[in-house]
Write a protein of this length. Structure first.
Length: 144
């Protein structure tokens, strides 16, 4: 009996890697604010300098700059991560309940879009498909 199964995929996941200026602040934002959990960490001097965070099926890595490597330019320019969700508005409510600032959700490209920035200025967006009219703002939708 022969198997019809072809070769299995080798590359399975892309994991964004952010250099951060304040690991404690970033960890608080991602774990307490957004709900990520620390899966792995590297603590060469007794504090976390690198970690792998996980939220549901999504991974993200953070690493602290070491002096004198810390950049003087603004971080996050030209970088935006999009997290595809079943319900981006549920994620918005969780974020809001943790006191994290985000832009008002809106419908763009047939999806609810929840945009925010992390402490270093990296742009994040949580999105989910919707039938709500293009350009609708969350406050308009709730009021309707």
């Amino acid at each position: 009996m022969t198997s019809n199964a072809g070769p299995q995929p080798n590359v399975k996941q892309a994991v964004p890697f952010f250099m951060v200026t304040d690991m404690d602040q970033s960890l608080h934002f991602y774990t307490q604010g957004l709900g990520f959990e620390i899966q792995m960490k590297w603590e060469p001097n007794g504090t976390i300098e690198w970690c792998w965070l996980q939220l549901d099926a999504v991974g993200l890595m953070l690493q602290s700059y070491r002096e004198p490597q810390r950049p003087v330019e603004k971080l996050g320019l030209g970088v935006q991560l999009f997290f595809m969700c079943e319900d981006a508005l549920a994620q918005y409510e969780k974020i809001k309940a943790q006191g994290i600032q985000s832009d008002e959700p809106f419908v763009g490209n047939g999806m609810w879009v929840v945009e925010l920035k992390d402490p270093d200025g990296y742009k994040l967006a949580f999105e989910s498909p919707t039938e709500v009219a293009e350009g609708t703002r969350y406050s308009e939708w709730v009021a309707a």
